[in-house]
Design a protein around this ligand. Structure first.
Ligand code: HEM
Length: 426
């Protein structure tokens, strides 16, 4: 199993010294990060983007970073390992591949990935063992209904590509590998050309793609690509503030937790209609994501035991966890990062921290407030753009699968052959 080191974007900046009780006060129920039940569908914190994009962002997070170190054990950050390769490569879908994870494959057609069958006899769930535990490349992709269903969509994408490649005459022994490559390239294309502009805006995406994709390097002293702690434990956790408390599912507004918690079979009545999460031509606009504003919905302030395990009350709050994780790995303050990047730091009024706190601001919280003040809560702010930079630095250190032509042929691919003649990330 891969276990690489994390790295740092700003090794020269000192860690922010914070008091544990301050972090808990900020993140627990009733604190500055508690959005309560306000983040309901239909209220004014509707963001520009559709509600499905944060879940796509969460899927990417699970593809590139997995820190399994215990939250309360503030280990030497050098010893913390990332159990995902820092590559946008669908590892969370393919796991160890046919040799390392043979249970992911369909024995009746070994080029295909196995799907689970729901209570209506349809292949609309992830495969599960007899106790309902998902048999997938990353257990976190079963954390809630939308992630589990997005994982199903990825399994179906692979299988659809197998069908098309087979029709196109690709040899049976090559089918799995070629479908995997095609699925990965489509996914990478969406990440770079659809997801990223929504997150950091088109100008910054273009600037990063064209001029300076390796602004921060992206390799550690051993020449290995890495995910920076500033990214995994602050910037890329922006998505926690985009989650709503309630979502429209099968015509009903339902709190994401506890109602839509995962780790159990998905019944046919809960199969997701993607047009309710992404804008689909010819269908009414989808529900929106929540604006990024430093607040998390009550569902995430009171995560269910199924997700946190049996821990003290404060650690049910994802905000407390985000803040403690950042402190544990010694992240610099948001103000220090802004100064380093030449961006005007936020004012105390913009930060809206409790009066008792006179120090600088934890990076995760700072970047959320920066998005609220400087980008209307719809995308990351200027210092948050470091997320994109670090993202591209790490992903562009990924070797391309190959420079060979896209195997599915232009007429069938959603991405035209010309564009897809090599991995979009190279
Ligand atoms: C309902 C939605 C979500 C839930 C329940 C959830 C839950 C969690 C939990 C429990 C952790 C581990 C916290 C810790 O102990 O450090 C975590 C980590 C993380 N989350 Fe989320 N999350 C959600 C959505 C998102 C979204 C939308 C994004 C980004 C777009 C995101 C990005 C991350 C990242 C980058 C990490 C760190 C992962 C690692 O390095 O291992 N999450 N999340």
């Amino acid at each position: 199993m891969y276990a690489g080191r994390y790295g740092r974007l700003f090794p020269g900046l000192p860690p922010l010294a914070t008091e544990a009780e301050f972090l808990r006060m900020l993140g627990r129920r009733g604190g500055a990060c508690d959005g309560g039940l306000a983040a309901d569908a239909g209220e004014s914190d509707d963001a520009r983007e559709a509600a499905g994009w944060p879940f796509f962002g969460q899927f990417i997070a699970h593809d590139i970073t997995a820190d399994r170190s215990p939250l309360t054990h503030h280990a030497d950050a050098e010893l913390i390992r990332n159990y995902r390769t820092p590559r946008v490569n669908l590892e969370c879908v393919y796991g160890g591949g046919p040799v390392g994870s043979p249970y992911l494959l369909d024995r009746d057609d070994t080029a295909k990935l196995l799907l689970g069958v729901n209570d209506a006899g349809r292949s609309d769930d992830v495969p599960r063992n007899q106790q309902g535990i998902a048999l997938i490349g990353d257990p976190r992709n079963d954390v809630h209904l939308f992630m589990a269903q997005l994982h199903v969509a990825m399994l179906k994408l692979h299988n659809l590509l197998v069908d098309r490649l087979r029709e196109d005459g690709v040899a049976e022994p090559d089918l799995f590998k070629e479908a995997r490559r095609a699925a990965t390239w489509h996914y990478q294309w969406i990440v770079l050309h659809d997801f990223l502009p929504r997150l950091v805006g088109t100008p910054l995406t273009d600037e990063l793609l064209v001029h300076e994709p390796r602004y921060f390097g992206g390799e550690n002293d051993d020449g290995e690509p890495f995910i920076p702690f500033e990214f995994a434990d602050a910037a890329y956790r922006y998505g926690h503030s985009q989650i709503r408390h309630r979502y429209l599912v099968a015509g009903e507004q339902v709190p994401i937790f506890p109602d839509l918690v995962g780790f159990q079979p998905v019944s046919a009545s809960r199969v997701v209609d993607w047009a309710s999460l992404f804008d689909v031509p010819g269908r009414p606009p989808a529900q929106r994501a929540k604006k990024i504003d430093g607040r998390l919905p009550r569902s995430l302030i009171e995560l269910p035991v199924a997700i946190t395990g049996d821990v003290d009350d404060d650690l049910h709050s994802l905000a407390v966890r985000d803040l403690e994780r950042g402190s544990g790995v010694g992240l610099p303050s948001g103000e220090a990062v802004a100064r380093e990047l030449g961006v005007a730091p936020l004012s105390p009024a913009e930060l809206a921290l409790p009066d008792v706190w006179l120090g600088e601001t934890p990076l995760w919280y700072y970047l959320l407030k920066e998005s609220q003040s400087r980008a209307g809560g719809d995308e990351l702010g200027p210092a948050g753009g470091l997320s994109a930079r670090s993202w591209l630095a790490s992903s562009s250190a990924t070797p391309s699968p190959s420079s060979a032509s896209m195997p599915t042929g232009g007429r069938r691919c959603p991405v035209r052959t010309k564009t897809a003649s090599r991995s979009p990330i190279s």
